[in-house]
Design a protein around this ligand. Structure first.
Ligand code: PLP
Length: 396
């Protein structure tokens, strides 16, 4: 039998060392729990980094996979297939946008948005993004990302991006130039530390975009697809984007990304301007369609809102219990974070939580990030809060 230690040794030998993995080999999952090779069970508030929206082994996902597996998996975009059209119809209607482009990841969805913005801009090319933002790891996406740690070693970066302080409308106003074509923001910054945008900020951004004929673009890769209790996180705000990118949770574990846009913008793309071999395959869009229908038809969004309120309440209780450790509890829906004092490392706390059976991720600014599957129940949240209380007590 291959042990975890064997796997770790072989991973070091055969895989490029780009990921600092936890010393755990996961072997199975059910609902909101996963098990490692030694049989230890973990309550999963990480969910494949905000991907496994329906947890593990969900009956609706399983049924769709079974049905799709005997149908078409891939056809190429040289043919018409049904699921990709149904999914685009559903999501564009929900976003009050008109049409979609399919790809395979968040970075690729953002790449599509950059290309579309440049083509639409007819010479205007600069996109304003936020400091502490994260938009992915392709060269253009790291150039768009407002964190130098992801850019070091990869210069020269792609020109055409300017990073402005988040939630600072004056800074945005001052950054606009004749070259500016649009603004790309996360309504809730994820990797940057679970930072929701202020309502007056986004309203101001939308007004500036109107005034200067700039594209308002939202990166909903992490905060979208129901995670915050609305289908898209920007829908908590009174704004209407021109372009929206989604990925992560959309495929419930299968790779898929999408860019949604207004027709007046999307029309800038002509035949051959953009493409993706795997984009919008019949299989993966079938799974995403099942999930999107659950969000829009089956009350899953209301469940996320309720569970998000409970999670926020528990995190605020923890803040009161450990005022010397926790600076702030914040988030929206099931995208939550605890910002810790500098004296205690979020990484160390996350490691201790893992040892105590709770999987979490960290995020920028010394934050413990909670992005559980959307099917989480109140008993799971109470259990997580109890593990957090016991673990934080060791750091107090
Ligand atoms: C907001 C945001 N945009 C883009 C990405 C990149 O997505 P992917 O890793 O699928 O390329 C991420 C990934 O964490 C993200 O959080």
């Amino acid at each position: 039998m291959t042990t975890t230690q064997d796997l770790i040794a072989q991973e070091h030998q055969y895989l490029m060392q780009t990921y600092k993995r936890f010393p755990i080999a996961l072997t199975k999952g059910e609902g909101v729990r996963v098990w490692d090779a030694e049989g230890k069970c973990y309550l999963d508030f990480l969910a494949g980094i905000a991907v496994n929206a329906l947890g593990y082994n969900h009956p609706a996902v399983r049924a769709t996979i079974q049905a799709q597996s005997s149908g078409l998996i891939h056809t190429s975009n040289l043919f018409y297939t049904r699921n990709q059209i149904e999914l685009a119809k559903l999501l564009t209607a929900q976003a009050d946008l008109d049409c979609a482009f399919y790809c395979n990841s968040g970075a690729e969805a953002n790449e599509g948005a950059f290309k579309l913005a440049r083509k639409w801009g007819q010479g205007r090319y600069e996109i304003l993004t936020a400091q502490q933002s994260f938009h992915g790891r392709t060269l253009a996406a790291v150039s768009a990302t407002g964190q130098t740690k992801y850019q070091q070693g990869f210069q020269p970066l792609m020109p055409g991006f300017q990073h402005i302080p988040y939630n600072d409308l004056d800074a945005l106003r001052q950054a606009i130039s004749p070259h500016t074509v649009g603004v790309l923001l996360e309504a809730v910054q994820g990797e940057g530390g679970i930072q929701p945008a202020r309502p007056e900020y986004l309203a101001g951004v939308a007004a500036l975009c109107q005034e200067h004929q700039l594209l308002l673009m939202f990166d909903e890769v992490q905060c979208g697809m129901g995670r915050t209790g609305k289908l898209f996180a920007y829908q908590h705000y009174a704004v209407q984007p021109d372009i929206v990118t989604v990925a992560k949770g959309l495929g419930c574990g299968f790779p898929i990304g999408m860019m949604l846009a207004k027709r007046s913008v999307a029309q800038a793309f002509e035949y051959g301007d953009h493409a993706s071999t795997f984009g919008g395959g019949e299989f993966v869009t079938g799974v995403a369609l099942t999930f999107a229908r659950m969000l829009t038809d089956d009350g899953l969004l209301a469940h996320v809102t309720n569970m998000g309120q409970l999670l926020a309440a528990r995190l605020h209780e923890l803040q009161q219990q450990f005022p010397a450790l926790i600076i702030e509890a914040r988030g929206l829906g099931l995208m939550a974070g605890l910002q810790l004092e500098a004296s205690v490392s979020a990484g160390d706390v996350s490691t201790a939580l893992r040892e105590n059976g709770l999987l979490t991720a960290t995020a920028g600014g010394n934050v413990i990030r909670f992005v559980p599957p959307l099917i989480i129940q109140s008993a799971d949240i109470d259990e997580a809060a109890a593990i957090l209380a016991a673990t934080l007590a060791r750091f107090a």
